[in-house]
Design a binder for this molecule. Structure first.
Ligand code: PLP
Length: 473
């Protein structure tokens, strides 16, 4: 066997074609086909700073994706970079499996300080799905396995592991895999449906938890206040735990630091956090558990290590998250987030009014927004007409999807703006979710560009390119 590996010094010299080739051979051939059919799949992104990406070909790109929820502080925030460089320069300790970490200790205290008093026991992991799985375990153990059922919303997304995949209503491939036992879905925001299911399940093994996304990012809709208030009445009546999955919505995606703060007198039993928690640099997630729930589950000495992971609270990840929280906890941060949200909201309303013929609606809250386009281009319609019917299962959905993808491609090619498309059964929209550090000028430039693009005809070149993806698959 030859053991030839690639030296780091050679990585920078890889061309885009060589990268496509390596992806095809060693990562995922279909992903390569899809990505390379889009304009952003044909650039090498070399450098990133704040709201900008810089390509090898010399383009400066405005990143309006917010890193899909991760880059709330933008790319390479100077305070985060500084914290990490100092950590490395001083050869700080990374792994602390059998002794104490002052970094993890400080991070858990800070998290508890920014949450309600009763939420005060943290456990750190590396992905959103892992945090949700750990939350399920905590709630299940709380009842000594005497309650068997968990409920989730029909449009939910909690991850793609076996457990989280099972409780993700929007995950269309879960039927291909084994499922977690005794999980049931209720209609999002439909309290009667939830109540009926809880009543039924309370006589059939009992309910240990209801998991909710207080703001469903994939459908851009919130759990209504009256739903949450009634959920808490049911919680008192039937005695179950409520898990708030704020993996995406946490850390000022709405105007509040956490979405649950929008509801009066509501405190989660468990909250799951990730994405922005890592300051755009570390893959860290956590669950923070209410004091009594923690005691019931982990109180006995035998249960101390009911949940462990190799990378639990690694040093540099912990200080990165700590600094991210420090930045986001400053007074002026919240003020600025509210200004940005207001500005985006106003611009979304204006653009919708101006281009009623092309925009079906705009939706969202705070920094998580979307534009749903009508399938307005007759050119796209004409091309899709000629498409093999088996590739176009739902024509109106397909037309909208191609329209949104074409707009995203044109924004990149002609305006140097990176956006992404929400491709979920819940909603097909152009995501308008920049980082929380975006400037007013960049917001203006984004909306001027959309306005300009919608005032012109969509170029046939980008439509054809996108349709190539479908043909190639
Ligand atoms: C609300 C929510 N929960 C859980 C997850 C899963 O997180 P991960 O992809 O890090 O496993 C996501 C991911 O987007 C999410 O949005």
């Amino acid at each position: 066997m030859t053991r030839k590996t690639i030296p780091l010094s050679e990585v920078d010299d890889l061309s885009i074609n060589e990268i496509h080739d390596l992806y095809t051979k060693f990562i995922n051939p279909n992903q390569t086909k899809i990505f390379s059919s889009l304009p952003y799949g044909n650039e090498i992104f070399e450098k990133a700073e704040g709201s900008y990406l810089y390509t090898k070909s010399g383009k400066k790109i405005l990143d309006f994706t917010g890193g899909e929820g991760v880059l709330s502080l933008g790319h390479n925030h100077p305070r985060i970079i500084n914290a990490r460089i100092n950590y490395q320069k001083e050869n700080r300790v990374e792994v602390h499996k059998i002794f104490f970490s002052k970094y993890m200790a400080a991070l858990s205290k800070s998290l508890s300080n920014i949450l309600p008093e009763t939420l005060n026991k943290s456990f750190f992991l590396n992905s959103g799905a892992e945090a949700v799985e750990a939350a399920i375990k905590v709630c299940f153990r709380n009842y000594d396995a005497k309650k068997k059922n968990i409920l989730h919303a029909n449009n939910s997304y909690h991850g793609k592991l076996i457990g989280t995949g099972t409780i993700s209503g929007s995950y269309t491939k879960k039927n291909l895999f084994p499922v977690m036992e005794n999980s049931h879905s209720f209609d999002f925001n439909n309290i009667d449906d939830l109540e009926n299911k809880i009543k039924h399940l309370s006589k059939n093994g009992g309910v240990y938890a209801v998991i909710i996304e207080p703001y469903s990012v994939s459908s851009l809709t919130s759990c209504k206040d009256e739903f949450i208030q009634k959920l808490y009445l049911l919680k008192n009546e039937y005695d179950f735990k409520v898990i708030f999955d704020e993996v995406y919505s946490g850390f000022y995606k709405s105007n509040k630091m956490f979405y649950f703060e929008n509801y009066k007198n509501i405190v989660p039993d468990v909250i799951c956090l990730s994405k922005a928690l890592g300051g755009g640099k570390s893959s860290i997630s956590c669950l923070v558990v209410e004091e009594n729930l923690y005691k019931n589950t982990y109180g006995k000495i035998d249960n101390t290590f009911l949940h462990t992971t190799t990378y639990n609270g690694f040093g540099e990840e912990s200080i990165t998250a700590l600094e991210a929280i420090n930045i986001m906890s400053e007074d002026n941060f919240e003020k600025r987030v509210n200004e940005i949200s207001e500005k985006i909201k106003k611009n979304l309303n204006d653009i919708k009014e101006k281009h009623k013929d092309k925009i079906e609606c705009t939706k969202g809250t705070g920094i998580i927004n979307g534009i749903i386009f009508k399938s307005f281009s007759s050119k796209i319609g004409d091309i899709v007409e000629k498409f093999p019917i088996e590739l176009v299962k739902n024509k109106s959905y397909f037309l909208k999807k191609i329209t949104t993808t074409t707009i995203s491609s044109e924004l990149f090619e002609n305006y140097n703006i990176l956006t992404s498309v929400n491709d979920s059964p819940n909603s097909n929209h152009l995501k308008v979710s920049p980082a929380l550090i975006i400037s007013n000028e960049d917001i203006d430039y984004f909306f001027q560009s959309i306005d300009d693009l919608l005032s012109k005809n969509i170029s046939i070149r980008s439509i054809s390119k996108i349709l190539e993806i479908v043909k190639k698959l």
